[in-house]
Structures are given as C-alpha cells and as structure tokens.
Design a protein around this ligand. Sequence first.
Ligand code: ZN
Length: 503
Amino acid sequence: MKTRATYEELLGLWRDQALLASCSAVLGWDEQTYLPRGGAEHRGNQLAQLAGLHHEKVTSPRIADALGEIENTDLVATSDSPEAANVREIRRVVDRLSRLPRTLVEELARTTTIAQQEWSLARRENSFARLQPWLEAIFVLKRQEAACLGYVESPYDPLLDEFEPGATARGLDAVFQPLRRELTPLCDAILGSSRRPDPSILRRYYPVDRQRIFSDVVAAAMGFDFEKGRIDLTEHPFCTQLGPGDCRVATRFDARNFGDGFYSVLHEVGHALYDQGTDPAQYGTPMGETASLGIHESQSRLWENTIGRSRPFWDHWLPLARQLFPDSLRDVTTEAFHFANNLVAATLNRVEADEVTYNFHILARFDLEKALIEGDLAVADLPDAWSGAYQKYLGISPSHDAEGCLQDIHWSAGLIGYFPTYALGNLFAAQFFEAASADLPGLDASISKGDFADLLAWLRNRIHRHGQRYRASDLINRVTGSPPSHAPLLRSLRRKYGRLYLD
Ligand code: ZN
C-alpha cells in the first residue's frame, strides 16, 4: 500500500520534469522555425536556465529516495509490467543525469544553441572556419560528458546510449558489418545497370504552395491529426512532440525538387504518427514515451520509403499529383514516376539519398564522429576526413564544405551518437513491415487505394501504445518473432530494386 503511494508520488514528480522539458521543446521548435537571428543569444540563456532547472528536478533527492523505496518490491516484480517499466526507465535517466554536473548541462545547452545558429550561417556562407570553433567547443564538452557518465571501451558508448539504450559502438559494428558486406555488391549491381529512371521528371516546376497542399492531403490520409499537430517550414526538417495533443512537424520545399519536400514530409509525419500514437494518459511517464530513436526512425522510414516509394502508393496518389501539377506530370506514367522516385545514385547529400545508398552516408558519419570523440580526428581536419570517408563508401567527394561536412545540424546541436539510429531505423522498418505484411494479407491492395487505416492500427497496437514498456530489441522480438537483423532490409531491397534495375 505504502509502495503504491510512493510510486504515485514518483510519477507525479516525473510528470513535473516532463512538463518543464516540454517548455524547452517549445523554445527549441521556435528556434528552428521563426526565431530571428538577433534572438539567438537570449534563447540560449533561456534554454540553459531551463536545462539547469530540469537537471535539478530530475536529480532531486526525493526522486532518488522514492526509486530506492520501490525497487525490489512486489510492485515491480514482473519485469514488463507498466510499473516495472516506469521505474526501470526513470532509474536510467536519473542515473545518467546525476553523473552530469549542472554547470556542464547548462554549458552544453548554451553552446549548442548558439552553434546551431552559427551552423546555419556557416552553411549558407560555405565557411567551415565559421563553425570550427563551435564544433571544437562541443566535442570538448561531449568528451567531458562521456567521462562523467563513464564507459568501458569507448567514450562514444555512453553518448550513443542516450539515444539507443544498451547499444555500443562494438554492437553496432556487429550489425553494420554484414549490412555493408551484403549491400555493397547489390549497390554496385544497381549503379552498373543500363536501366535508369528519368529523374528530371522530379526537377520540373512544382509550385511550393501546391506542394504544401499535396503533402498535407497525404499526411492527413496517413493519419496525421491536424487538430493535434502542425506542419511548418524550416531549414532542416524535423518533428518534435511538445505535449499530448501538440506534435510539430517542420519541413522545407523546393519548387525544382519534388522529392526533397514530399519525402521529408512523409518521413517526419511517420515520426509524428508514432508520437501521436503514444498513450496521452501516460504522458510524462516512460510508458507514454517512445521506445528509442532507432524504433522512432523505423516508423519514419517505413512511411517514407517502404510505403511512399512503393508502386501501390503511386497507383493511388499520382492522379491527384497530376491534377495539382498538370504542366509537370501530364505526360508522366505511373511506372516512370515510381521509377524516378527510386533513383539509386551515389550522391553527397544524406537527406536526399535513396534507400540503397543511405546506409553508406550513416556508416561514414559513424566512423567520423567516433574518431572525433575518441580524439583520433581533430575538428580542424574534419573537411578532409569527410572527403576521405565519402570516397571510401560512395566513391565520390564534395567540392565544397556546404555539400560536405556542413550539411547536417546534428553535431552543432551536440547530437553525437545519433546518426547510427538512422541506419538502425532502416533495418527495423523492413523487419516490422515484413511482420505487418504477414498479419495483413490485403495490405498492398489497401495502400493502392490510399487506405492506411489497417497499417496504422497495426503499428499503434503492436508498437506505439507500448511506450517504453520494452527495450528496442525486446520489442522487435515480440513484434516480429526474431531479434534485430539486417536480413529483412536486404530481402526487401533485393526484391524491389531487382525488379526495377536488374531482372
Ligand atoms: Zn527521422
């Protein structure tokens, strides 16, 4: 009885910290959408203040005492009960933050806020020198963070653990090695094929206001709830949940690049559907949070690639696109449009990369950030190292830094160990979709009618509603009957791209 009361008190305290964190999320969303440059420094101070308060709340002695009183009692004896999951995950976060001094947390918040603004300018000016001192400061701070958190093998591990609980650099190598081994010959075969799509179809004129209409209609059909979310414009597409009933997607559009805007929306709305699918009654507790970034990314990839680049998808949506963009699409067949949206090419831009080469962009970043954090690579040498990594994985290198190491915001935002979750997302998405296809025999037929209700219900039931009840690998095992593996992704890529390029 007393344990139950302590547990309820703990959840109340945890909801308080979630409320405070959601205030930072609003400021972060504004920073990436509407904040004028002149407000960057003040915003950095605001976010640092909130990060400090948040740190104080999470590490309060009462939370630590309550955890101690509840752990090892009958209330949490069943390992996958909601109570056990909440206590396990609260403990994880408390232990993490307790090891970080408040001054370091505040310094990171302040530095990364300004660095993100500097990144934006550096990218526009194609000036790595502008960003370099900020990246140097961030890697120093992140190394301090790793040292405070502690590690056995690599300072990379505790940073990765923030995004993918339990994962290590060595563990990632064990998944990424076979992926690279099997993907390379498939990619080479596709790139060597004489059968090529006509990608110029997607570079015709697509007025931005009409792109916004089209992507809003598709987002609504996918199940995005516009009463509980918004889609705004930004430089670097993202999705953030500000609270129950408020999920923000932000994207960009280019009138001469249909795929950039459209697939960014599908991707971010895929994230949003996961956020909107968590249980609002559990908001502010781990049971109301998403499982891991790898699982999160599996949802975005599934909608962006598995669904959005499939033939049944365009069987339904191309007619509407033709109505909205008659001059550009009047003479385009579904076959040609579908093929154009599945162009495989060695390119320099990660966000625009196709499903097949995308993983190589991640493997390159994984190598580089690991070397940066382990001290094997100096920030000053990053542009050269970036070129080298792209040569190694894709056989090409950038002619300037804006299309090289300045293209991503992540490191400027202090996100080290985040990139690998994108590749994990690809693997998990293929594995989930295989399981969904087995459970839902009419799935392709539904997609070709623009009907995603059964698929979304399946995702909600099997994945979204469980919050953090299961760790990522347990969840995958429960949903698909197998541990995480690269094999379903390879099967799906061989089937689809074999048909388009090789058969
Ligand atoms: Zn994503």
